[in-house]
Design a protein around this ligand. Structure first.
Ligand SMILES: [Zn+2]
Length: 442
């Protein structure tokens, strides 16, 4: 097992701050700390913190998603003293009360203080974003590290919600099955549009150069509903920013099925930060050496899978139909066709700046040699050679690789790649150019 005290100084005294802060707000202070620190030490509001390097905004669902799925990249940012803010959309309540939620927050605070190597002391501030009061915590000795808690109900793995909060979930809000979602402390009520607006305001204020999301597409397999839908809300929010950040997408639960891919030293550090978190999570076993190490969490601590620099993600639509992976029982070489849009993993796509067009299973869309050719989905690691297909998307919505454009075939639901031609300059309302695609909302 990893040494939980690998990053010194670790095991800071349990934070004396946050609970006392509630009292601060009751007397109306905008921001305050406990007696251990001076308010003068901390800049407020935190959005005006000066950052020399990248400004990294992580948006996740629960108070451990970042240390489990976005690390060791997270550790690199912290070591390089980048400004980093993490937004937790849900309270992580698991259908329990505030005590469980408070434990998870205490856990993530302890983990961050440990990762940075500074005392576990935080200052809390209530920010107003689009009319909603949002809790922001910054590390006293390094306010460039901050946490934002929106406190929405944990939606449970399938988005079915918990009885305690009326079976509410982010997924139901996304699908308009609920008109509003109320935070577990009843402080805020979000409509679908309101939540996107608040996230956009948080982003606008922080002005991230890099946005880290969980996987909104679920095309890699099993995934927690809250993970995917926190990412979807954040993805829509970032589309409203004047200055677009780079977007990295981190896979989550299903990485346990993949090979170990991070260095031993990073595994150890990642695990130690999670063990520290787990001490506060009342539902987790505290025995790091035995039962915790036999949990999926240990597998997560050995892995990090990320799709870097995503330009667009969502469904790919042509004339109301969606580009769909078919025959996807096969291990490789699946083909694509048009089908009615259904928000299923076989219709989720992501285009990266490097020109990868990723689909089901995270595999890459490639072209067979001849023209017109049939695009097929295969491992991104497949030797590139003649099949290399760095895709690019034109302002007109054409997706092209090696001079060939993805296009709906004249007949049937087939999708082919043909030499690119400009779409007609004027298009009738009911005529969608065969080789023009729009990224839609999943
Ligand atoms: Zn989670």
């Amino acid at each position: 097992m990893a040494n939980p005290q690998a990053r010194s100084p670790s095991r800071q005294p349990r934070r004396p701050v946050a609970r006392a802060l509630l009292a601060c707000f009751l007397v109306g202070l905008a921001a305050c700390t406990t007696g251990a620190v001076r308010p003068d030490d901390v800049r407020a509001p935190f959005d005006q913190i000066e950052c020399d390097g990248p400004r990294v905004l992580q948006v996740v669902a629960h108070q451990d998603d970042d240390i489990l799925f976005m690390s060791p990249t997270l550790l690199r940012h912290l070591d390089a003293e980048h400004c980093i803010r993490t937004v937790y959309l849900t309270a992580g309540d698991a259908g329990d009360g505030l005590a469980y939620q408070a434990g998870r927050e205490a856990g993530i605070e302890a983990a961050y203080a440990n990762m940075v190597g500074l005392p576990n002391l935080w200052v809390e501030h209530l920010h107003t974003y689009e009319g909603h009061l949002v809790r922001v915590l910054a590390l006293v000795d390094a306010p460039r590290v901050s946490l934002v808690f929106l406190g929405l109900p944990d939606g449970r793995t399938k988005g079915q919600g918990f009885e305690r909060f009326g079976f509410a979930s982010l997924e139901k809000l996304w699908r308009n099955e609920l008109p509003t979602l109320t935070s577990v402390d009843a402080r805020n009520i979000f409509t679908r549009e309101g939540l996107i607006g608040v996230l956009a305001a948080i982003m606008e204020a922080f002005d991230p150069t890099l946005l880290a999301l969980l996987d909104p597409m679920r095309f890699h397999g099993n995934e927690h509903s809250d993970h995917a839908f926190s990412a979807r809300f954040a993805y829509l929010a970032q589309e409203r920013l004047v200055r677009a950040p780079r977007i990295d997408i981190y896979r989550d639960y299903n990485i346990s099925d993949e090979p170990i891919n991070i260095a031993a030293a990073d595994q150890q550090t990642k695990w130690s930060s999670f063990v520290l978190y787990a001490e506060h999570d009342l539902k987790l076993c505290r025995d790091a050496a035995t039962c915790l190490a036999n949990s999926p969490y240990f597998l997560y601590s050995q892995r990090e899978y990320v799709i870097r620099d995503v330009l667009y993600t969502g469904s790919l639509r042509n004339d109301g139909a969606c580009l769909t992976v078919i025959d996807h029982a096969a291990a490789a070489g699946d083909s694509v066709a048009l089908a009615p849009c259904q928000d299923v993993p076989s219709q989720a796509w992501a285009l990266t700046r490097a020109g990868e067009l990723r689909g089901l299973g995270g595999r890459c869309l490639r072209l067979a040699g001849a023209s017109p050719s049939a695009p097929y989905l295969a491992s991104c690691a497949e030797p590139a050679v003649a099949h290399a297909a760095p895709w690019s998307r034109s302002a007109l919505g054409q997706l092209s690789a090696r001079g060939q454009c993805l296009a709906a075939a004249q007949e049937g639901q087939r999708v082919i790649a043909t030499p690119c031609t400009d779409p007609p300059s004027s298009v009738q309302p009911n005529q969608w150019p065969a080789n023009t695609w729009a990224f839609g909302e999943f």
